[in-house]
Design a protein around this ligand. Structure first.
Ligand code: DX5
Ligand code: ZN
Length: 218
């Protein structure tokens, strides 16, 4: 069975109490930090200075999801901040292979994200350059949306390609992950699960993480 990671998204946390909100998910595998610039997606969150501070106080590693334009310029600065993984959208990058190499050279795991309608096939040769493939299971931009089942075949094809080529690439899914949908995503081949509302929307985020983890374990 694949290792199962639960990465809560602080998009659903209280942005004025981030340190306390991080302490509530200390049993998570990593914290998913959604960076939005109101250009790549129609929403705005936080940028580098806030992420650098989160990195300094977080009890768990940081997994940044950059939903920003000009990502070739910005993503390396997030790697320099000491984050565990930095994920850029392939739709926003002019030179994804170069960028993935740059992230690794700066000590971060390299993640590449695909919007729901972006096909995975053109990027399969790139898998050895990556530590993680993020298959979006909602349109990026907002928390609390419904899981798109139409993305399941893409997750299956990505998993088959990874197994077939023997590379060590994690498949992360993000958007609409709940105790109900996590099983479908896991069965399709995902092994890192981002959950915003299904963690922070619950009275005990810690219990929510444990029960999601149990359900995501096949
Ligand atoms: C959406 C973000 C997600 C979001 C997930 O653009 O990338 O990380 O926070 O939230 P839920 O789990 O509520 O769909
Ligand atoms: Zn995200």
């Amino acid at each position: 069975p694949l290792a199962c990671c639960i990465n809560p998204s602080i998009l659903s946390a209280d942005f004025v109490n981030l340190e306390a909100e991080l302490a509530r998910i200390a049993n998570a595998d990593a914290v998913h930090v959604d960076v939005m610039d109101n250009r790549f997606v129609p929403n705005l969150t936080i940028g580098l200075p806030v992420v650098e501070r989160i990195q300094q106080v977080s009890p768990v590693p940081l997994d940044a999801h950059l939903m920003i334009a000009d990502v070739d310029r910005w993503a390396p600065l997030y790697a320099d901040a000491g984050l565990d993984s930095v994920t850029f959208h392939v739709e926003a990058s002019d030179a994804p292979i170069k960028l993935a190499r740059e992230l690794r050279a700066r000590g971060a795991k390299a993640g590449m994200a695909l919007r729901p309608a972006t096909a995975v096939e053109p990027y399969l040769d790139m898998l050895p350059e990556l530590d993680m493939l993020l298959i979006m299971t909602v349109e990026p931009g907002f928390g609390g949306q419904s899981f798109l089942d139409v993305t399941l075949p893409k997750i299956r094809r990505a998993r088959a390609a990874i197994e077939g080529s023997g590379v060590n690439v994690a498949i992360q899914v993000d958007g609409g992950i709940t105790e109900e949908t996590i099983t479908r995503a896991a069965e399709a081949g995902a092994n890192i699960f981002v959950a915003g509302s299904a963690v922070y929307g619950k009275p005990s985020p810690e219990d929510a993480i444990n029960s999601l983890r149990a359900k995501g374990q096949l």
